[in-house]
Design a protein around this ligand. Structure first.
Ligand SMILES: N[C@@H](CCC(=O)N[C@@H](CS)C(=O)NCC(=O)O)C(=O)O
Length: 251
C-alpha cells in the first residue's frame, strides 16, 4: 500500500472504540496513511450495512472490497505494508491467532459489557467518552437523547445485571490467565511485539488512559474501575503503548 491523497485507505470507525483502536494502531505502526470516517453510534447502521453487508466497526476500505473485522484488518495491513514480522514467524502464527480470537471475545466483548454496564450510569462521564472526536452539535444531540441512547445501547449489547455479572467473571478469568502468562515474558507469543500484543494493548485502551492513545479514555471514579486501573495486565498494556504505539517507518 503506497497511495497518495485521494487513494488513501478509508477507515470507518468509532473514535472511542477499542476494536477501532486496533485498526488505528496497526495503520499507524505500519506507517500507512489513511483517512478516518468517524461514525455516530446508531446512525452508522444503514450506511455500514450498505457498504459492507454488516454493521460492526471498524471497516477498512482499501481496494475493491470493504474489509470489516479488526483482526482481518490487522493481518491485511501487516502483510500489505511489508510488516510481516507483526504476524510472527510461521510456526507461531497459529498461537498468535488463538490469542487474538481469545482476546477479542474475553476482553473485547466481555470487558465492554462489564464496564459499560456501570459506566452508562454516569451520564457526564459517558458524554465525554462518546463525545470524543465529535462536533459541538453532535455532542449536544447526544446529551439531549442520552436516556434513549443508553436504552438502545443496553439492548444492542444485551446488557443487564445478570449478563454484566457473567461478563465480569469472563473478564476477570482472562486477566488472571494473562497475568500468569506475562509474568515471565514481555510478549504474548515469541520474543517480539506482534499482532497478539497489539490486540491486547488496544482492547484494554478504555483502562490504560495514556497519552499515546489518539482518543484517551478519561478515568472513571467507580471503585470497580479504579481497582482495574492498577491491575498488572493493564500496567502491561501501558508498557505496550509506551514501547510500540508509534510509527516504525515514515508514511
Ligand atoms: N468482531 C468485530 C467486533 C467489532 C465491534 O464489536 N465493534 C462495535 C464497537 S466496539 C460496533 O461496531 N458495534 C456496533 C455494531 O455492531 O453495529 C471486530 O473485530 O471488528
Amino acid at each position: 500500500m503506497g497511495p497518495g491523497n485521494d487513494a488513501l485507505p478509508l477507515l470507518y470507525e468509532f473514535p472511542f472504540s477499542h476494536f477501532s483502536e486496533k485498526a488505528r494502531w496497526v495503520l499507524d505502526y505500519c506507517g500507512q496513511r489513511y483517512r478516518s470516517r468517524p461514525q455516530f453510534p446508531g446512525l452508522h447502521l444503514l450506511p455500514m450495512r450498505l457498504l459492507s453487508g454488516q454493521t460492526s466497526l471498524p471497516v477498512l476500505v482499501c481496494g475493491p472490497r470493504p474489509i470489516p473485522g479488526s483482526s482481518r484488518i490487522l493481518r491485511l495491513v501487516s502483510r500489505l505494508s511489508g510488516e510481516a514480522e507483526l504476524l510472527g514467524p510461521p510456526e507461531l502464527r497459529r498461537e498468535a491467532r488463538h490469542w487474538m480470537d481469545y482476546l477479542d471475545q474475553e476482553i473485547g466483548v466481555h470487558m465492554r459489557r462489564a464496564l459499560l454496564h456501570r459506566q452508562l450510569r454516569d451520564r457526564a462521564y459517558m458524554l465525554r467518552v462518546f463525545g470524543m472526536g465529535r462536533t459541538g452539535i453532535e455532542r449536544s444531540l447526544l446529551g439531549f437523547g442520552y436516556p434513549a441512547f443508553v436504552q438502545a445501547y443496553r439492548n444492542f449489547y444485551d446488557m443487564n445485571d445478570s449478563t454484566a455479572r457473567d461478563s465480569e467473571q469472563h473478564f476477570q478469568k482472562a486477566l488472571t490467565r494473562l497475568e500468569e502468562h506475562i509474568k515471565s515474558r514481555r510478549y504474548l507469543v515469541g520474543d517480539r511485539f506482534g499482532l497478539a500484543d497489539l490486540t491486547l494493548g488496544a482492547l484494554l485502551s478504555p483502562l490504560t488512559c495514556v497519552p499515546e492513545q489518539p482518543f484517551p479514555w478519561p478515568r472513571c471514579e467507580d471503585p470497580y474501575m479504579t481497582a482495574l486501573y492498577e491491575h498488572p495486565v493493564v500496567q502491561h498494556a501501558r508498557f505496550l503503548y509506551r514501547a510500540h504505539r508509534h510509527r516504525t517507518k515514515a508514511p
